[in-house]
Design a protein. Structure first.
Length: 189
């Protein structure tokens, strides 16, 4: 797998409303773990749409991994021009910082937002360009990732298209592992 699309929930869908939330640490850790194993198998490109939440956290993980894996590249394919136009200034600045570090940036529909079809086109285009999908998703809590998953399942019906999940259980295990490691370190001191 040379290219993987990465997506998941928007921050607010996870109850995360600022960049200091402790849950982000575990999400990034889970993304890093999955991306490392994919890099070892030949991953070269991570594709996101620049959506707030999991996608931008994945971009941050890619930038960190580039120190170790300089061949890893990030593509941001936005659904429409100026998707950040109505965001708050701090969020816009965060987004623009990530965009400035990406290896490739383009807008799929080449025009500002004018209808919800642009979001569907984004999902279809990115799934068509990727060799697989990595999705932070909880089947019990459908939300924005469901739309990506539906497109991926359609592609799976006609060809091999891996869909990899990061689940709440995966995140819980990371939290427990880190707590255990911290406890062990304190115990040894």
């Amino acid at each position: 797998m040379k290219t993987i699309a990465v997506s998941g929930y928007k921050g607010h869908e996870l109850g995360i409303f600022d960049q200091k939330h402790k849950g982000i640490h575990y999400i990034k850790k889970a993304l890093e773990h999955r991306l490392r194993s994919l890099i070892d198998e030949g991953l070269e490109w991570v594709i996101i749409s620049g959506q707030l939440g999991v996608e931008l956290w994945a971009a941050e993980v890619v930038f960190t991994l580039k120190d170790e894996y300089p061949q890893l590249q990030l593509a941001i394919l936005t659904p429409f021009l100026n998707q950040e136009e109505r965001w708050q200034d701090a969020t816009k600045s965060y987004y623009q910082d990530i965009v400035s570090q990406a290896d490739f940036v383009d807008s799929i529909t080449k025009r500002p937002y004018d209808n919800p079809m642009q979001l569907r086109q984004k999902n279809e285009f990115i799934i068509a360009k990727a060799d697989g999908l990595l999705l932070l998703y909880d089947e019990d809590k459908p939300g924005s990732p469901t739309f990506y998953l539906e497109v991926a399942k359609k592609r799976q019906a006609s060809e091999s298209f891996p869909v990899l999940f990061i689940t709440p259980t995966d995140l819980d295990l990371l939290v427990q592992e880190e707590q255990f490691d911290n406890f062990s370190t304190e115990w040894e001191s």
